[in-house]
Design a protein around this ligand. Sequence first.
Ligand code: PAF
Length: 281
Amino acid sequence: MIVISKVKELEEAVEAFRHEGKSVGLVPTMGALHEGHLSLVKRCREENGVVVVSVFVNPTQFNNKEDLRTYPRTEEADKALLAKAGCDIVFMPTVEEVYPEPDTRVFDLGKVAEVMEGAMRPGHFNGVAQIVSKLFMMVKPDRAYFGEKDFQQIAVIRQMVKSEGFKLQIVPCPIVREADGLAKSSRNVRLSPEARSIAPNIYRILCESVDYAKSHSVAETTQFVTDGINSYPEMEVEYYQIVDGLSLMPVADWNDSDYIVGCVTVYCGGVRLIDNIAYKK
Ligand code: PAF
């Protein structure tokens, strides 16, 4: 595995592999790697001649300075995990290397970026589009891999790919969960033991809501999930929205779409967790 911190070296290394006729897969990450990330690397390994993983805590997507400051950073452990997972190139640049000048680009991300996370975290998705588009320009991957935990992020990146005219395949990969159902996330390490013990109830309630939805309306199911999670004093739902899985627009009726997903954000002991579940697929 080659560890690279300079953009020029990254471009040259990828080009050399491409010259050998190899297809290029990219897994963008912010490090603090867990099995969720490793499942993306595994899939990328299976489907490409070269596996590039970026490890970069992108400041432009953080609308909360404290979240950026305390974001877990585990570079050495990340490198060891990536080498074992069959990564060919890991790109670990500094902020100055990626942003030698402030990135002032404003992306046309459409309505998918305005709802849910877009409404709660102003500027977040534009920051994601800035870094992901830079990585796409540096690596020129044939495929890029993203986890479905960040369900809305995938829709936003698809929109960015369309509006910027990138030619690559976006590959969504299923959520990886702990044995007790909690979606794996780099932020889980911030949970206190007490918060960690109640956090799996988010997914339990989402699963129960799929059954509940069979005999209840969208509005009733939304209430079921919100009330269920809020019944734990340490947890507070920021939003629960049941949306069309492609447009991300809220649905009012189960017959409104063939692809319906519920997306939740919960503060659990002060840590912001997100998760989602499909009602129709
Ligand atoms: O999902 C993430 O970890 C980040 O948003 C991404 C896609 C690596 C961009 O910084």
